[in-house]
Design a protein around this ligand. Structure first.
Ligand code: GLV
Ligand code: MN
Ligand code: MN
Length: 410
């Protein structure tokens, strides 16, 4: 067993420094994928990695890899990673923590002049959040060959700007993507839910992630005057949409335990107070740890959407734009995380991830695992997202232990 230690103050300072890029008044971060602020955060990460002696490269998806050589560089690297993009009203930790914990592992290995057998890499995955360019996890998804490059480059934001164009604009469009061996992949992340805090555990040993489906729905009725148009003849797209919102929430409650069901986005057209809404665009996010139950939620949503459209004489466009199944993590990686927590003397429990993470796509191409730490009141995807320096440091120490477990060395 080694006695390597991460430097908690250095990790915390790096997180706070990174959080200045795109800082919001409420203490959070707005750093949407492939904006100038995303570029700034990438540039800072690259500078820090080069200062730590890493060789930095990026691929055709703008995924960044900082490599610390091992004793045997023919071995596939052991990788830590996460993302630097954020939600529009994101927090300081979602994503940035996993990236900077990876960097802290490299710095700690350097301090101790510890040579790992396999090389160690720290990855920054492009567009994990999917809030600017739906869907989520596109960078790691392209690396894992879930999306082909052309498809991934073609993903567009609400203004029609594509990932490919924006990568080129910010100077992070490299060559090639994926197709190389990764010895193991680990991602440290705040839990983004209430379980660890409630159970008073420091480390979540993540056994896998739940399945997820994203939908886009367009309801088209008829715009008309809010005054002269009788109630009986209206084709009000927003009234139909509101019934779908209710149905989504009902389905979420009906498919307990485990289901999550959210309408997070809606655009009403023409959005004028004295015009009956002619068109609504809305999104649905469904999640469940059991794929059969997730499929049944899908079926229930289709029935509800058809019923709402028929009742209000609306045209319905219903599209599932993205899905992935419930994904277990590889046992030896789960064990390395558990052992890493025990070595460091932290309380721990097994947990399933409610959120999507790059580790879920990486699990398709490399043995993968995740480390969760508690966050305050379980709140994330919110500017007030918070975690303690002690828990942040604990997760990073477990990451270090798991990486050394897999990479070997002395
Ligand atoms: C990613 O943040 C997700 O939606 O789970
Ligand atoms: Mn995240
Ligand atoms: Mn997120």
């Amino acid at each position: 067993m080694h006695n390597l230690k991460i430097d908690s103050g250095r990790l915390w300072n790096s997180l706070m420094e990174m959080a200045k890029i795109g800082a919001t008044e409420k203490g959070g971060v707005c750093r949407l994928a492939l904006t100038d602020l995303d570029r700034e955060s990438r540039d800072l990460f690259v500078r820090w990695c080069e200062d730590s002696g890493c060789t930095v490269s990026f691929d055709a998806m703008g995924n960044i890899f900082a490599r610390r050589p091992g004793r045997n560089n023919d071995l596939p690297p052991v990788m830590a990673g996460s993302h630097l993009d954020s939600q529009p009203t994101g927090g300081k930790f979602d994503g940035a923590y996993g990236v900077l914990a990876g960097l802290e592992v490299v710095r700690a290995l350097n301090d101790a002049e510890f040579e790992t057998e396999a090389p160690v890499e720290v990855a920054v995955w492009t567009n994990e959040e999917g809030s600017r360019f739906p869907p989520a996890m596109v960078g790691s998804g392209a690396f894992a060959r879930i999306f082909d490059l052309e498809e991934a480059h073609g993903k567009a934001d609400m203004d029609g700007k594509t990932i490919g164009e924006e990568l080129a604009r910010i100077g992070y469009k490299g060559e090639g993507c994926g197709g190389r061996d990764i010895g193991a992949y680990f991602e440290a992340h705040i839990e983004q839910g209430p379980v660890l805090e409630a159970k008073e555990k420091t480390i979540g040993v993540v056994t896998g992630g739940q399945g997820q489906r994203w939908y886009e729905i367009v309801l088209t009725g008829r715009e008309s005057h809010a005054g002269p148009t009788p109630m009986a003849t209206r084709r009000d797209a927003l009234v139909g949409a509101s019934e779908i919102v209710q149905a989504v929430n009902r389905i979420g409650h009906e498919f307990q335990p485990g289901a999550c069901a959210t309408v997070g986005m809606m655009q009403v057209s023409p959005n004028s107070r004295n015009v009956i809404p002619g068109e609504v665009f809305m999104t649905v996010d469904f999640r469940h740890p059991d794929d059969d139950r997730l499929k049944a939620m899908n079926d229930a949503l289709r029935v509800a959407a058809d019923a709402a459209a028929a009742k209000h004489t609306l045209m319905l466009k219903f599209e599932q734009i993205w899905s992935f199944p419930a994904t277990p993590f590889e046992q030896s990686c789960v064990n390395a995380v558990r052992k890493g927590a025990e070595q460091a003397g932290f309380s721990h429990m097994d947990i399933v991830s409610g959120a999507g993470h790059d580790a879920i796509y990486m699990a398709g191409v490399a043995p993968s695992g995740m480390i969760f730490v508690p966050c305050e009141d379980g709140i994330s995807h919110n500017e007030i997202e918070n975690a303690t320096p002690e828990d942040i440091a604990a997760g990073c120490q477990v990451l270090l232990n798991a990486i050394v477990d897999k990479a070997g060395g002395r």
